[in-house]
Design a protein around this ligand. Structure first.
Ligand code: ADP
Length: 189
């Protein structure tokens, strides 16, 4: 059975990845579908988010990354999916998610919404939280998949924590000049 995991993923977090990995064990195929939402100003473009998800899920074989706009149900029907995968963290998620699941049911009787309860270690985690920490120069390596962290640090480079490796931000430190003064003077001759 094919399941669609729709969301903003701006950016993907370890909480999202946990849902994706568990979804891949439950369904034959999981399509992680990035919503093109004109009402939101995202940190990363849809193409960047798709690439981040791809780089974070190379260990999974039954996954596809795609994007869509409009109604999730319309996209799911087009893909012939039978299930929408969603994650639940706290009770405030539940109210919105239940309303969305009920609404989607009125649009398509055949498509079921399947909820996965968050793993306890990620129950506090959201993309907004990651962005908030990074904005103020805090570390986020423990909250997002390893290939995604450098992208986030790059976005907030001005408030970068000292401990973060920044090879492409500081090329002069990464490639220090090795010529000694006498050598340089000789070159000038
Ligand atoms: P949306 O804008 O559709 O809520 P998100 O990228 O924020 O997009 O979330 C996509 C889905 O992933 C939602 O169902 C959300 O509840 C779920 N999710 C987000 N973070 C976590 C987490 N830490 N644990 C479990 N599910 C999560």
């Amino acid at each position: 059975m094919l399941a669609i995991y729709p969301g903003s993923f701006d950016p993907i977090t370890l909480g999202h990845l946990d849902v994706i990995e568990r979804g891949c064990r439950l369904f034959e195929q999981v399509v992680v579908a990035v919503l093109r939402n004109p009402n939101k100003t995202p940190l990363f473009t849809v193409a960047e988010r798709m690439e981040q998800i791809r780089r974070s899920t190379t260990h999974l074989s039954n996954i596809e990354v795609d994007s869509f706009d409009g109604l999730t149900v319309t996209y799911a029907k087009m893909r012939r999916a039978k299930a929408l995968l969603r994650g639940l963290r706290v009770t405030s998620d539940f109210e919105m998610e239940l309303q969305m699941a009920h609404t989607n049911k009125t649009l398509s009787e055949e498509i079921e919404t399947v909820f996965l309860a968050t793993s306890t270690e990620y129950s506090f985690l959201s993309s907004s939280l990651v962005k908030e920490i990074a904005k103020f120069g805090g570390p986020i390596d423990h909250l997002v998949p390893p290939p995604v962290a450098p992208d986030i640090y790059r976005c907030y480079a001005k408030t970068l924590p000292v401990s973060v490796p920044t090879p492409d931000l500081m090329p002069t430190l990464e490639h220090p000049k090795t010529e000694s003064l006498p050598e340089m003077l000789r070159d000038l001759e």
